[in-house]
Design a protein around this ligand. Structure first.
Ligand SMILES: C[S@@+](CC[C@H](N)C(=O)[O-])C[C@H]1O[C@@H](n2cnc3c(N)ncnc32)[C@H](O)[C@@H]1O
Length: 380
């Protein structure tokens, strides 16, 4: 059963070919609006998998109608307070749907109330499910307030008895009494197993911890990163900066060929994960620095030969962008999850003498509004 009112997917019922056309058109519109020209538009590439491609979901406990039965899932389209139980979602593997249903049944049976955003009273807040696409390892993380007792051991026993296709490697309980409507970890309790899972990408192994960023559509991300790196004329002997490096996936793939890679990332936990993954993958030529790109760039004496950047949706801040462009490197690869901020940043790059050589769009998130782009800009 589809929930056409689910806020997770805006393109339900739209044929896939049409979704791709709409997304490509949207990307080109942002370029046009910002007067950014390009030599080659390489089109839009669809996702290798249309369904069950998401390896992470963050669900919310709530109700669909005020005072109605408790629900667990995603927000209704355009409705902040209304939550739909999404236990039939097709963007995730069936195991995720089974875990949602079992969790909801368990909590209803225990009589646990959900945490009300307005009154800030109640227990159950979120359920975060993550899975290693290649390893089949599943991590469950239930997030509650500490206003009432949550029976973690009974919850873990119930889940460990659940019949699943893949393997549960960790069941976690996050305590969160923060007033903000976001998952904040005051305390992490390991109820069973471990607090991380393994993933494999581009022939490398990654240990992904409970709150680390990791690409949500692994097969699509792998293709996007591989194609991004292939745009660089020759990595051998070069020093590469991977800006906004997250868990260091691009940096480590580049380090297989480059002389040296320096990754810069704001979130300390992601940097720790990147370091330990590079260590595990035997890549001593990979260094990761925690901090804001804008500040760290001033502290590094080394100069890059090539820059790869994969900033957040808001794009690269003007001050950071100026510093990046002032290196004057011949090639910059810009990986973007937001065509609007991408086009705005590229308009600035053109003022610094850069030219957009290639632009390619990727639909890594079918049925949703999101589009990724890879752009190669160059300066003679
Ligand atoms: C789209 S993700 C990049 C993910 C990365 N390529 C990977 O594969 O893990 C953007 C990253 O930028 C980081 N970030 C956001 N603002 C930043 C800043 N001012 N300086 C450094 N990193 C920042 C975020 O924490 C996030 O990990």
């Amino acid at each position: 059963m589809h929930r056409v009112d689910c806020g997770g997917c805006i393109y339900q019922g739209v044929p896939y070919k049409e979704q791709l056309q709409l997304k490509a058109k949207d990307v080109l519109r942002h370029f046009k609006d910002n007067l950014v020209s390009f030599d080659d538009f390489l089109g839009i590439e669809g996702s290798p998998e249309l369904y069950a491609y998401r390896n992470k979901m963050e669900y919310t406990f709530g109700d669909e109608v005020k005072g109605g039965p408790m629900t667990l899932g995603l927000h209704k389209q355009g409705r902040f307070m209304s939550i739909l139980t999404t236990d039939q979602c097709q963007l995730v593997v069936q195991d995720f749907n089974r875990i949602i249903k079992a969790t909801l049944d368990f909590c209803l049976e225990k009589g646990y109330p959900f945490y009300h955003k307005r009154s800030r009273k109640g227990l159950l807040r979120n359920l975060i499910l993550r899975k290693g696409r290649r390893t089949g390892e599943i991590l469950v993380n239930i997030v509650t307030s500490t206003q009432l007792y949550f029976d973690g051991p009974a919850y873990a026993d119930m889940l460990n008895d659940l019949e699943l296709e893949d393997q549960l490697v960790g069941i976690l309980h996050t305590e969160n009494d923060n007033l903000a409507d976001a998952v904040v970890c005051d305390k992490l309790n390991i109820l069973s197993g471990r607090d991380y899972y393994y993933e494999e990408l581009m022939g490398l192994k990654f240990r992904v911890s409970a709150f680390s960023f990791f690409q949500t559509n692994v097969l699509a991300a792998e293709r996007l990163y591989t194609e991004s790196l292939s745009l660089i004329s020759d990595l051998a002997g070069k020093t590469v900066f991977d800006l906004y490096s997250g868990t260091g996936t691009i940096a480590q793939a580049a380090a297989l060929q480059a002389k040296k890679v320096i990754g810069i990332e704001l979130v300390g936990e992601a940097v720790e994960a990147a370091r330990s993954n590079a260590n595990m993958n035997g890549l001593p030529n990979c260094n990761f620095i925690a901090g804001d790109v804008k500040i760290i760039l001033d502290q590094i004496e080394e100069k890059p030969d090539v820059i790869i950047m994969d900033p957040p949706r808001s794009g690269v801040q003007p001050k950071a962008l100026e510093k990046i462009l002032n290196y004057g490197v011949k090639q910059i690869i810009y990986v973007s999850c937001n065509p609007k901020s991408l086009a705005q940043n590229l308009a600035t790059a053109m003022l610094f003498g850069y030219r957009v050589k290639t632009l390619k769009a990727y639909d890594n998130f079918p049925f949703t509004s999101h589009t990724e782009c890879v752009v190669m800009i160059s300066r003679d």
